[in-house]
Ligand binder design. Structure first.
Ligand SMILES: O=C[C@H](O)[C@H](O)[C@H](O)COP(=O)(O)O
Length: 236
């Protein structure tokens, strides 16, 4: 998808940034454009304090001179800006295509507002065409994979679970040292039920289903940037 659309969404989000804000910085190619823009604003004198959702974003932000903190030092954030792999009409998301889902979810949950930036290719009527990332601990992988498959079946879905590897064939490890199982489900009829069942599987750390976390979205298409949800709304 064109970088121009991603950039348009990122710029719409940049306009929300106010001096003194504590920001969560997302991961992925769209979030990277937001961080680039934020770096330019910081260089021009903007005062913000940020927490990154991945080692990659942390390195990018530090390279741009953006003041960085941690959730230990700064456990409450005003606003997180992050991309998504899929977004539906209820602002439910699939995330984790870049393997950052766990930190992304922790940072989003610590933020009063989470605003998604995306091109319109990410919009779906039903989540699930994008394989759902499920982060699991390496110990007991095969047992966890079977229990995960059972949870998926109990939620009324089905599909292959594929252990994610790097392009060179080696095992992919997340920033937290975990594996990722990508669930090729095609469609997820009941994301809330699936998320709840996956969270009950010992060995599953998190799933890439983000439900009730995004408060708004900027979605860029050929006709411009559409706003979904309320950009001023804070999570209760
Ligand atoms: O783990 C990665 C994140 O969830 C990304 O935000 C997501 O994969 C979208 O990335 P991109 O903006 O590159 O499509």
């Amino acid at each position: 998808m064109s970088d121009d659309l991603k950039k348009a969404a990122a710029e719409a989000a940049l306009a929300l940034v106010q001096p003194g804000m504590r920001l969560g910085l997302g991961t992925g190619s769209t979030a990277k454009l937001f961080v680039d823009g934020l770096g330019a604003k910081v260089a021009a004198g903007l005062d913000v304090l940020c927490v990154a959702t991945s080692e990659a974003t942390q390195a990018q932000a530090l390279g741009l001179g953006i003041p960085m903190s941690t959730l230990d030092e700064t456990p409450e954030l005003d606003l997180t800006i992050d991309g998504a792999d899929e977004i539906d009409g209820a602002l439910r998301l699939i995330k984790g295509g870049g393997a950052a889902l766990l930190r992304e979810k922790i940072v989003a949950a610590a933020s009063q507002r989470m605003i998604v930036i995306a091109d319109d290719g990410k919009q779906v009527a039903t989540l699930g065409r994008f394989p759902l990332p499920i982060e699991v601990v390496p110990f007991g992988l095969e047992a966890t994979r079977r229990a995960t498959a059972a949870a998926i079946a109990a939620a009324g879905a089905s599909g292959d679970l594929v252990l994610r590897k790097r392009p060179d064939g080696s095992m992919l490890l997340t920033d937290g040292g975990h594996f990722i199982l990508d669930a090729h489900l095609g469609s997820i009829a009941n994301p809330e039920r699936l998320a709840a069942l996956l969270n009950q599987v010992p060995g599953v750390v998190e799933s890439g289903l983000f439900i009730g976390l995004a408060t708004a979205a900027f979605v860029a298409g050929p006709a411009g940037v559409q706003v979904y949800g309320d950009v001023a709304a804070k999570r209760g």
